[in-house]
Design a protein around this ligand. Structure first.
Ligand SMILES: [Mn+2]
Length: 474
């Protein structure tokens, strides 16, 4: 964790923005996967990590905005516990690490909260047991938590968390570097792998690096020769030479900041002409965003910029036709690019998604698009200095969607279905990097992974490493 001053300053800022009432910040608990003592790896709640920093289960923080007093509730270990866990810091020692001066036993929490008659700020929990706890503390039903949650707390916390502090950027860059390590390993390994290996073997290598050198992966990896299936977690296909393997994976270091990158690897080491044509359009779209991202620019505009680059590339190949601006306005490109350009990254790989995408990514004057494709965009506001975003355009050929749109005659003036149908066995390409918004532009975080088609082929082949451009654009 960072120095306690970091957390103290964040809590001060939160309390002065909320002004009134108690702020309830529950830490996470251990979750069983088949019986109580057999648990998933513990992952602390990100709001708790941000304001308190302590990375242990069964803690609960309360901030009193009126008095400025801060409390940490926890259970000190009994001898029965120590036999199993060894001795661990007491609750007051943990409180001191977070810069909190009042430590209390968990059995005092209920009376403490119930005796306070003022406003209570909390964010709707995503874990059932914590929802039950909060509902009990407030004397309400769990079904009421959504309407009772504090929008002020959500707005204040997301305003703080979306702009990364220097210490956070340093941690994110470490996570992105570990993410680069795993992609560099996987690109070479899978690019040269024999066909009896499967997607699952690649996943095993990803877990080995992410869990061995960091905390874990920041989300379940997507590793698939069917890149057109957006969240494919089956991992059963063989690594067939000539196919493209889409690998969307990220590492989380022990500070719990996330990295999130995607590379699309030609199995066997060489792109076919048809693959390279599509791949190079996605490279162009990916770099197009790096070049134009800067403070003040709307993320929706950058989504449209990626859509324009993809559209004009597909027009060059004869798969689309007509006016590029018309195509972007009506959303015909979403046949090939049916998701959003990218999302905020921080303590969560989709940062603060538990606060509600519309609450953190949109506001009164920026409403979410209702159009298929851009309606998936998780952020629709302006970029600001020191935000971290994923830049992840893609082109996919989804056979069922192509058939459906053709049958409906949808956008037939813009899409050449006879040609598109020949790509139904193609799969998909996505390229994703994590970018920091700087004062005047943006910077790709991390040490880099080959991206341009020539560099990818060079890297997979027994290479002269010095020739490969992992940061540049040529
Ligand atoms: Mn992503």
């Amino acid at each position: 964790m960072f120095n306690s001053d970091v957390y103290k300053a964040r809590r001060q800022k939160l309390m002065s923005s909320l002004k009134d009432g108690l702020v309830l910040i529950p830490g996470n608990i251990e979750l069983p996967f088949n019986y109580k003592s057999n648990t998933f790896p513990f992952r602390q709640d990100s709001t708790f990590l941000y304001y308190i920093g302590l990375d242990e289960p069964n803690l609960f923080a309360v901030l009193d905005c009126n008095s400025g007093n801060e409390y940490l509730f926890g259970n000190d270990l009994t001898m029965d516990d120590i036999i199993w866990t060894g001795s661990l810091p007491s609750t007051s020692e943990k409180a001191a690490m977070a810069g909190i001066s009042n430590a209390k036993n968990t059995n005092e929490l209920s009376a403490f909260v119930k005796n306070h008659t003022g406003k209570k700020h909390f964010i709707k929990p995503y874990i059932g047991n914590i929802a039950i706890l909060i509902a009990d503390l407030l004397g309400v039903k769990t079904s009421q938590l959504e309407e009772l949650q504090s929008i002020d707390f959500i707005r204040a916390a997301s305003e703080m968390r979306k702009i990364k502090e220097a210490v956070e950027i340093e941690e994110i860059e470490k996570s992105v570097n570990l993410t680069c390590d795993l992609h560099n390993f996987v690109m070479k390994w899978a690019g040269n792998a024999e066909e009896y290996y499967t997607e699952r073997d690649v996943v095993g290598e990803i877990y080995k690096i992410a869990a061995g050198k960091g905390y874990f992966t920041s989300f379940p990896p997507i590793v698939t020769i069917h890149g057109e299936i957006q969240h494919n977690h089956s991992y059963n296909e063989n690594l067939k030479k000539g196919r493209l393997l889409l690998v969307d994976a990220g590492a989380e270091t022990s500070s719990h900041y996330a990295g999130d990158m995607t590379r699309t690897i030609p199995l066997g080491g060489k792109f076919s002409k048809r693959q390279k044509d599509i791949y190079d359009i996605v490279v162009k779209a990916n770099w197009g965003i790096v070049d134009s991202a800067k403070p003040g620019v709307l993320w929706t505009e950058l989504h449209n910029r990626a859509a324009r680059i993809i559209t004009s590339g597909l027009k060059d190949l004869g798969l689309m036709k007509g006016d590029t601006d018309d195509i972007v306005t009506c959303g015909a490109y979403a046949l090939f690019f049916p998701h959003g350009l990218g999302h905020m990254i921080g303590l969560d790989v989709h940062d603060m998604e538990n606060y509600g995408e519309d609450l953190i990514g949109y506001d009164e004057s920026h409403k979410r698009s209702e159009m298929f494709g851009p309606n998936c965009l998780r952020y629709g506001l302006e970029l600001r200095e020191n935000m971290v975003m994923s830049d992840e355009p893609g082109i996919y050929f989804i056979p069922q969607l192509i058939d459906m749109w053709q049958q409906q005659g949808k956008f037939k003036d813009f899409i050449d279905y006879d040609r598109v149908k020949k790509y139904k066995d193609f799969g998909g390409v996505r390229l994703e990097d994590d970018i920091l918004i700087t004062a005047n532009g943006s910077r790709v975080l991390g040490k880099g992974v080959a991206k341009n088609s020539k560099d990818v082929e060079l890297y997979i082949a027994p290479e002269d490493d010095k020739k490969i451009d992992k940061k540049g654009k040529k």
